[in-house]
Each structure stands twice: as C-alpha cells, then as structure tokens.
Write a protein that binds this ligand. Sequence first.
Ligand SMILES: C[S@@+](CC[C@H](N)C(=O)[O-])C[C@H]1O[C@@H](n2cnc3c(N)ncnc32)[C@H](O)[C@@H]1O
Length: 463
Amino acid sequence: MPSVHRISLRPLRRSDFGLLADWFAQPDVARWWNEPTDRGAIESKYGPRVDGPATTSMWIVEIDGEAAGLAQHYRHADHPEHDAAVGIPDAVGIDYLLSAGFAGRGIGPAVLSELARKALDVEPSTRRCVATPAQDNRPSWRALERAGFARAGACQPPGEPRAWTYVWEPPDGPAAGRRDGEDTHDLGYREVDDDPDVAVLIATMDETATWEATRRVRAWERAQLQLVPGQRLLDVGCGLGDAALALGEDLGGDGDVVGIDASAAMIAEARTRAEGATCPTRFEVGDARSLSEPDASFDVARSERTLQWLTDPGRAVGELARVVRPGGLVSLLDTDWSSLRLHVGGDDAITQKVSDALRSERRRPSNVGGRLPEVARAAGLRPIAEAVATQRWDEWDPDRTPAPTGCFSMASLAADLVEAGQLALDEREAFVSTVHAAAREGRFAMALTMYAVVAEAPPGRQA
Ligand SMILES: C[S@@+](CC[C@H](N)C(=O)[O-])C[C@H]1O[C@@H](n2cnc3c(N)ncnc32)[C@H](O)[C@@H]1O
C-alpha cells in the first residue's frame, strides 16, 4: 500500500481527554509540553477550551483518520505577556504534538502547514503565524523550517525555555492563506518562487515522494546506477534534494552530490536537508537548459519530474549528456499525464473527458514521461534500462485535503478540461462537485504512470 497521509484537524472533544493523558505521559511529549497527566487536571484545564468560548482553540490532528496528536492556536494579542516576549505583531501562535507512533516519520511539516492555514483561517484578524520552539528542540524547529517557516530571531517566552521565533506569512500577504474558494492546489513547477503557494508546492513534493510509484522508480534507479564511493552525481531540477541525498549515501565520504534547481526556495530547503549528509553536497540555483557545470565532470546525471515543466526538454537532456563523462549514465524519471485515469463510480463520461483532455500537450511537455528513451536517444545517449510504475489512489476525502496526496485539485483539473475543450466554462463547478461527491461516497479512484530510463553516454565520445 502506498504511504499516503491524509492530514486534518478536528475540534478537541471531551472524549479525547483519555488520549491526552496518554500522550502527555509519553517521554518525548512530556519533555516539551509539561502538562498534567491526571484526568481531573486535564478536565479543568482543557474542559473550558472545549466548551468555549476560549482564547485558545484546540484541535486533534488526524492522520489517515486516526487521532495522532494535539494542536492549539491563540492570538498573541490575547496573551499580552507572551506577545511582548515574542514581539511579532498581529500574530497567531501555534503549538502541536504528535504521539509516539506518529513522531519522527517526517509528517510534522505537513501537519504544521495545515495548522498554520487553519490558525489564520480561524483568526482572520491576524496576519502571520508564529511558533516558538525551545532552542534545544531541534526536531521541532527543523519541521517548522521544512513547513516554510522562517527563523526571525530568539525569544524568552514566560515560564518556558529559551526559544527560536519562527514566522510563516502567507506569500500573497495576509489574505493568501485563507482565500476562501481560491485554489491553493493549482500546482505548477515552472516558476516556483513566483507562486503565491510556494509552501504548498514544497509540501506537495514531500507528498509525491511518499507515492509508492516514486519509491519504486527511485529504488529501481538506485539499483541500476550502482553508484560507488568517490563518484560524482548531479541532480537537475533537484527540488528538495531528497532523491539526490538518498543516492548520495552510496558515494562514501569522498564522492559528491550537486543539485541544481531554478527555485531559490527549493534550493534553500535542499541545503537544510543536506545538513548531516554522508558526502559533500552543493545545492545551487541554476537552469536545466544551460548548466554552468563543466563538460564530462559527473559520473551520473539525473533529472526527475522536471522535464515536463521545461519548454525544451531535449535541450536539458542535451545538457545532462554534456556534463557526464564518456560511459557515464544519465537517468531520467518523469510522469506521463496522458496516463491519468480518473474513475468516479459509474460515470464513464468523466473518465473519458479527462483522458481526452490530457492526451495532447498544451503549453508544456506533460507527456514527456512516455517518450524518455526517445529524448535520451536524441541527445546522443543509449538507453540501457527502462522502468514503469503506476501510482494509484483508491480513496480521497475532499473535506480533509484539497487534493489527492501529492496531486492537484479537481478545480485545476477542471480548468485543464475547459482549456482542452472537454468542458464548457459553466460545467466546471458541476465537474468538481461530481468528483467530490463521488469521493465522499467512496467511489473515487485515480491512477498515474511514472516512467524511468537509464541511458549511457557513448564511451570515448567527444564532449
Ligand atoms: C515537480 S518538481 C520535481 C522536484 C524533484 N526532482 C522531485 O522529483 O522531487 C520540478 C522541479 O523542477 C524545477 N525546475 C523548473 N524549471 C526548471 C529549470 N528551467 N531549471 C532547473 N529546474 C527547474 C522546479 O523548481 C521544481 O523544483
């Protein structure tokens, strides 16, 4: 089964108090939360917050429908001492915990993104979301950084350990995090840094990395490449750097990993993730179409799900071919959006419209995945191995997450269908609500195929 995480926040209920007692007693929680574990004390502290009105809003974090942690938010203005100590105006503060079974699995950043948006939604008078993790609580502040929070300085919240101040502000200004009815999952990776939802783009990359299909093609790629210590690896369109860093584990201490991406936000995140890498790493902003790396300077060059965002994928593969040594390997991984199948119960018309709309490419090479060997050959490379993996979603709750895991929203798919002439403009909303209704009733299924090719540069080739 794919590791698919549906994250949602639901209001805390009195019937959750037993869970709270268990969680507060867990050593990793107790260390930072210091909350009572007896039922009476929990009732008297949290009961009024459940009954409301209260200045602190309490939520249960649900992961895949299971109660996994506790989250809270509060307007700084309602807590003047804390507000003065932190010193960030118009802020809503957040705290959260994940119970032992869910902590340490890389889910925290997605929970934080969800919580930040929820806090700004619920407290419309605030402009930014603030967290003050203890400076010693490194996992907590790393998760904030991964969720797109920026460190704004240090502070001393009353009665708490010395803390870092982390701030997240909706990229479009205060309203962006809560644009009712606006689509945050209209995903596009051509100009990530200009996107008002860059945090969503980053979070979606993390989700896509959990797809079973992604994990399979990456594992296949690793087995094909057979990297050995001392080799040099280049990843172009490296995004968050996770795939390159995983491959870097095969390079020993004297190999190295270079990651290039057009987005400064992606590169900043990749650099953070590279702390503690097993080999030297260099992540830099650059353009796949014109790399500043010397000819024949890498043993292996790869590119994953990036060619589909370029106007000229052939040129980028030509660049990969240029920078690998003679006999070196180029690895290309990409989705082919013409393979997308959407089933909503017995409504075959919808399946057909989606297939027809995505069959042809508009404005970008969205189907490049299916022709990777051809693109590699055109760049003078010799494909030596190919792989395919299909990602399947067999359920999705549109009330919990705006899009199926790692995917775009149905509203943006509808926009594509309109552009392709498969839907009239005034049919868009009906399309979205039909798909959402089917999903709520358990009649949603979707599949998408990823392709991979490993190709060899000619031995003795002139660079
Ligand atoms: C869908 S993401 C894939 C990221 C990563 N390879 C992965 O598979 O997780 C596409 C990436 O391509 C990058 N990108 C888009 N155009 C680019 C260009 N011309 N040069 C380099 N990177 C580019 C984007 O910034 C984004 O990080």
